[in-house]
Design a protein around this ligand. Sequence first.
Ligand code: G4P
Length: 190
Amino acid sequence: MEALKQKILKDGRALNDQVLLVDSFLNHQVDAKLMAQVGEEFARLFANQGITRIMTVESSGIAPAAMTALGMGLPLVIMKKSSSRILSDDTLQTQVHSFTKNSDYQLTVKRKYIHPGDRVLVIDDFLANGEAAFGAARLIEEAGATVAGIGIVIEKAFQPGGRRLAEAGYKVISLARVAKMAENHIEFCD
Ligand code: G4P
């Protein structure tokens, strides 16, 4: 998505070869107009797939996911990150490890917000190692629903998440794929 790539080049900043700062428009301050375009683009790319529900992981996935839900006229469900295990029949949980943040959390969703037979589009802001997306997929499948697609705003293509998810059979579309970075230098895949 050209407008997104231009925004990353203009307002994003590579801290080093691993970390891309986008907090001026994506995950701290939010450029709502750009997010609306992101939502429209995901709605277009995932049209005609029989999708019934949008899901994301709190917190930075919420803005693009909300705009996608608006664009597709579908409900949005936010999976929560809980620090403790909840023992309840009403709740689905799975442990996710973040390599970037070197921490674990319990990805949590109430069963009443995901139903057997749902076809879910997962939207997230970043794809690095794919752990959050795999965790989301585990919960969706445990609920008897299907992951119809995974939409990512920024994929760090030099990390293994995209390849791992594709190898597992998931349809992943990333709006901007970063091939490599260095301090104050960002290169896209195409
Ligand atoms: P994975 O799910 O793909 O395995 O990724 P990983 O755990 O390694 O990292 C996910 C978290 O780190 C996410 O935040 C993601 O937004 C953030 N992250 C990863 N790489 C970058 C980067 O280059 N720049 C920035 N700004 N963030 C990055 P989170 O823990 O889900 O927190 P939240 O921001 O959604 O609350």
